[in-house]
Design a protein around this ligand. Structure first.
Ligand SMILES: Nc1ncnc2c1ncn2[C@@H]1O[C@H](COP(=O)(O)OP(=O)(O)O)[C@@H](O)[C@H]1O
Ligand SMILES: [Mg+2]
Length: 532
């Protein structure tokens, strides 16, 4: 058999850029399926607008317009325009921020924001380019005299932005407008639509005002229902218990401190001189006076070993920003207008030993809760991570797992037949997503347990109301069944006794309605409602 030499094989050796990688693996960014791809684009720009406005201390106003373009080729294309009133992107950063994969203001800061990886915006630019060959249009201003517009593409081979048609504008506004043309996407209706994504975004962000104009020209305005901004995200220090040897090593090598002891006290949460002494007491071979830049893998492993043997105060959870019970109530009322609801906010908890998170849950009944199915209603689970709605990858998500584990019958709830919505938001500086597309929360035990407790607490709050509803429905049905016999029975009795039939019927009716008070009335009301 002829063999091939390594020299031959390695003639094919190449390095690849991040842009090239995602060009080939676009499904990893959420570009799989035409309906989902469209939602991904809306999601990326929308989360960026919300993050930017909040960081700048501005109440977000977001305007989204989706249009179908018919260019005569028969291939359907869409233009998607997202505009915001946020801080804008400085002209000198526009290429780096929006046209470079793995670049942004968020990845390196340990703070709670929707974006994490610096892939979203550039991913959209790349997707526009590979499906239509067109750069996207950008218009932005950071304040007076700073307005500009340009077109932006990506050189996939180098992961470098390609800016063309840069112009200064004589316009007075602040914010960012991005308009792109995309193919291989489709505007759909239903549970996985852009409309539903925006509706849920409004539900978890009552401080934002969002307008969506769909390809049919239909405008939906989700008004701001709360006038305060969420608390500003602060940079959190990582807690030692959540660190790996690799983490410590990376932090150490980037540190300006001269000793490992001061480096650790400065860099990590809950780390004091006393704790350093405790670590030394656990393992006498640890040298805390060493230069952190000289830290080796063995040093890091020894430190981690000692860290796990020492008791730590739980991390400070002030960096975690939940939506808040009052705000969730306002938002639910505004959008779902339920007959009854119950909201719970759990106290901060910790996963992987050192990462704080907070779970909020709500259960609502009636109004626009649940979803319409043939012949009635069914329950639905509205999943959120850091206020971002998660519409896809349902099966692999910790929230779905927790909701499925609940014994709903114990709370008189039937998720198959009742108009019930279960709302769950998980907030954390570091949400462990199960993939780069960030559509599901990884099924970590501590997180699932907290979600279950939160849902159960909320479910208890609607339990009595639902039982009352069920009792009424049950009585109405029995009343209807018995009332059917009254006519027949009064005829038969009248035949036997020769007494007046109308009188007997009246008497029987009065006995039945005494036994089921109000059922008759409710039945009549229901009849009228249905007629309307
Ligand atoms: N609407 C916006 N307003 C201001 N800055 C923005 C906006 N959208 C994106 N940016 C900037 O561009 C960067 C890159 O965005 P993106 O690629 O989505 O990554 P990420 O959101 O994960 O940081 C952001 O970190 C932010 O600095
Ligand atoms: Mg982003």
């Amino acid at each position: 058999m002829a063999t091939t030499s390594a020299d031959q094989i390695f003639k094919e050796f190449r390095e690849h850029s991040a842009a090239q990688f995602f060009k080939k693996n676009r499904q990893m960014l959420g570009y799989s399926g035409q309906g989902r791809s469209l939602v991904t684009i809306v999601h990326e720009f929308c989360t960026n607008s919300l993050d930017a406005a909040e960081e700048a201390g501005i109440l977000p106003d977001i305007d989204i317009t989706i249009k179908r373009i018919d260019n005569g080729t028969g291939i359907s294309r869409y233009s998607i325009r997202v505009g915001d009133n946020g801080p804008g992107v400085p002209k000198s950063f526009v290429g780096k921020a929006l046209g470079t994969i793995f670049a942004g203001t968020k990845f390196h800061r340990y703070m709670q924001q929707r974006g994490q990886q610096g892939i979203g915006a550039a991913g959209c630019v790349l997707f526009a380019q590979i499906t239509t060959g067109k750069p996207i249009f950008i218009k932005s201003s950071t304040g007076k005299g700073a307005a500009y517009s340009c077109r932006l593409g990506i050189n996939a081979a180098t992961n470098k932005p390609v800016i063309t048609e840069m112009r200064d504008l004589d316009e007075d506004f602040r914010g960012l407008v991005i308009e792109g043309e995309y193919a291989d996407i489709r505007y759909e209706a239903g549970e996985h639509s852009a409309y539903e994504y925006i509706r849920r975004t409004a539900l978890s962000n009552p401080h934002a005002q969002i307008k969506l104009t769909d390809p049919g020209g239909q405008e939906s305005l989700f008004v701001r229902s709360v006038k305060e901004l969420p608390r500003k995200a602060s940079v959190a220090k990582p807690h030692p218990a959540g660190l790996s040897a690799n983490d410590i090593l990376e932090f150490a090598h980037a540190s300006q401190s001269r000793k490992i002891s001061t480096f650790m006290i400065d860099t990590f949460a809950r780390t004091t001189q006393n704790k350093i002494s405790e670590l030394k007491a656990v393992d006498g071979t640890i040298d805390v006076d060493k230069d952190p830049k000289q830290m080796t893998w063995e040093d890091a492993e020894k430190l981690i070993g000692a860290i796990h043997k020492v008791r730590w105060i739980a991390p400070d959870a002030s960096s975690v920003i939940p939506i808040g019970e009052a705000q969730i109530k306002v938002a639910l009322k505004n959008i779902l207008d339920p007959e009854h609801m119950s909201v719970t906010e759990r106290r901060p908890a910790v996963f992987r030993g050192g990462i704080p998170f907070v779970v909020e849950a709500a259960v609502s009944y009636g109004g626009n809760s649940g979803r319409k199915v043939e012949g009635g209603y069914a329950g639905n689970v509205l999943r959120f991570a850091n206020r971002v709605p998660l519409l896809f990858d349902t099966a692999s998500c910790a929230i779905s797992k927790a909701a499925n584990d609940i014994e709903w019958r114990r709370y008189n709830i039937d998720m198959d037949t009742q108009p019930v919505s279960v709302f769950v938001n998980v907030s954390s500086v570091y949400v462990p997503y199960s993939g780069v597309g960030k559509e599901a929360i990884a099924q970590e035990d501590e997180i699932i347990d907290e979600i279950k407790l939160a849902i159960m607490e909320a479910a208890r709050g609607v339990q009595h109301y639902v039982r009352g509803k069920e009792q009424v429905a049950f009585n109405i049905n029995r009343y209807k069944a018995i009332a059917r016999y009254v006519k027949q029975l009064s005829g038969d009795i009248s035949d036997l006794t020769k007494a007046d039939r109308a009188r007997i019927e009246k008497r029987l009716e009065s006995i039945v309605s005494k036994r089921f008070p109000k059922s008759e009335e409710r039945e009549r009301e229901k009849g009228q409602e249905e007629e309307r």
